[in-house]
Design a protein around this ligand. Sequence first.
Ligand SMILES: [Zn+2]
Length: 225
Amino acid sequence: MNISRILLLILSASVLCAADGGGHSDGHDHGTTAGKSSDALQQLIDGNNRYVEAQFRHPHQLAERRMEVAKGQHPFAIILTCADSRVPPEIVFDQGLGDLFVLRVAGNVIDDAVIGSIEYAAEHLGTPLLVVMGHERCGAVDAAVKGGEVPGHIGALVKAISPAVVKARGKAGDLLDNSVRANVEMVTAKLKSSQPILAHLVEDSKLEVIGAYYDLDDGHVHFMK
Ligand SMILES: [Zn+2]
């Protein structure tokens, strides 16, 4: 194999690597690359407003986008939210293929698998914004509020959420609603300080982690900034 052939192989490998971690090229987004968490947050706010007002754009849901993101993904936000069927992030933020890196688990609790998935998006894909989104009348949080015996593996969810319920007790207002918010705050704090990857990204301003609350009745997402 001659030198020019080897150089060509090295160049081809570089191009393939770049395809997995570069910026946007869809001609539709607004500069939401790594480190631009405020742009990412604005896209979520705008999308949620469209959803609330029923002015959907349904962006990035056609074959052209599918083919584009098949080559590599560059989601602009990571969303950790509840598995509840009424809280689908792509719908409530009016987004499409390749836009959001979504993790859904009842009560938006975290374990090593969830944290590992978030680390992959934040570090490897360079996604600059992580939103932890709880929601009104969350059944998982309600189970933790009610306490007592729960069947099967649901106990693991209750155990994870219970410290938030303890924090919420004694506060003025509705205990379930306060517990939902306390749970979001607790999970957000844990992710911000998660070693060895997320805390480091937050310190270097490469990742912003914020909490949010979804109103089941009117569809608004309230960011806790
Ligand atoms: Zn829920």
